[in-house]
Design a protein around this ligand. Structure first.
Ligand SMILES: [Zn+2]
Ligand SMILES: [Zn+2]
Length: 261
């Protein structure tokens, strides 16, 4: 499995995953030409993408979903409520590229894609897990609460992107209005650096987990702080960095390191 966050953060998100045969994007929340550029930079051809899986209808996840679908004839996968909420924002689409996710698992060639519920203030937000050749990759960002369901999926995953959105103190004392602070800190908001570290503790197992920290807030976080907060939670709990877990920061404006498992 080949996994690479192309863009990650409150300013726009897109992740590439492939088993060498099926090539997928999860979200397309920045300009289409930027996604094309970063795909090319990791040696992938945008016209070979087999599908875009949409997590939820927020603009930092859907900005160029319609554009890319039209240009490269890419099917778009989302559940019914998400389709209802986003379709008018995507522009005209070919009927055949509107794919409704109405069950938990679907197969595309040799890959099985599972969607799972995440807690966030969108109509029906989802995370995704991708299984092929006994390997599992997953995406879980935009979640206010690390539920049992998310935990069970990530326990199995060899590589995944997890949200490390904000530093709680920076958020509390930062410039956001009270209502927005309350939303972000709520059960359907975003995962803090500390909550992210604790979530990782919950899902470690026998095999090395390759974890990207992503969806960082531009205002209430910075990469080094997210990294150090998560690492200190792990070290306090005797987790061996590099043996039990490998932590990589997902870049905001360009592709991150590609990880193959
Ligand atoms: Zn969101
Ligand atoms: Zn988001």
């Amino acid at each position: 499995m080949i996994f690479c966050p192309l863009f990650s953060g409150s300013s726009g998100n897109s992740v590439f995953v492939s088993d060498g045969n099926t090539r997928l994007l999860i979200d397309a929340g920045v300009a289409g030409k930027n996604i094309e550029r970063e795909l090319t930079n990791i040696g992938e051809n945008p016209s070979e993408i087999d599908g875009i899986f949409v997590t939820h209808e927020h603009i930092d996840h859907i900005k160029s979903v319609g554009v890319l679908s039209r240009k490269h004839n890419i099917p778009i996968y989302a559940n019914e409520l998400t389709w209802n909420a986003m379709e008018s924002k995507l522009g005209k689409l070919k009927m055949e590229n509107i794919k409704l996710l109405d069950k938990k698992y679907i197969d595309i060639k040799d890959m099985t894609i599972e969607n799972f519920k995440i807690h966030h203030d969108a109509v029906d937000p989802r995370g995704y897990a991708f299984r092929s050749k006994n390997k599992v990759a997953a995406v879980a960002t935009d979640l206010g609460h690390f539920s049992e369901e998310v935990k069970n999926v990530l326990k199995d995953a060899d590589v995944f992107l997890l949200e490390s959105n904000h530093d709680i103190e920076m958020l509390k004392f930062g410039p956001y209005p009270y209502v927005l602070k309350k939303r972000i800190l709520s059960d359907i908001g975003h995962l803090s650096n500390e909550a992210c570290g604790n979530a990782i503790l919950d899902i470690l197992g026998d095999n090395l987990k390759n974890i990207y920290l992503g969806h960082l807030s531009k205002t209430n976080n910075y990469p080094q702080l997210a990294y150090e907060t998560v690492i200190s939670v792990l070290k306090e709990n005797k987790v061996q960095i590099g043996t039990d877990v490998s932590i990589t920061m997902a870049n905001r404006d360009k592709h991150s390191d590609v990880i193959c498992v």
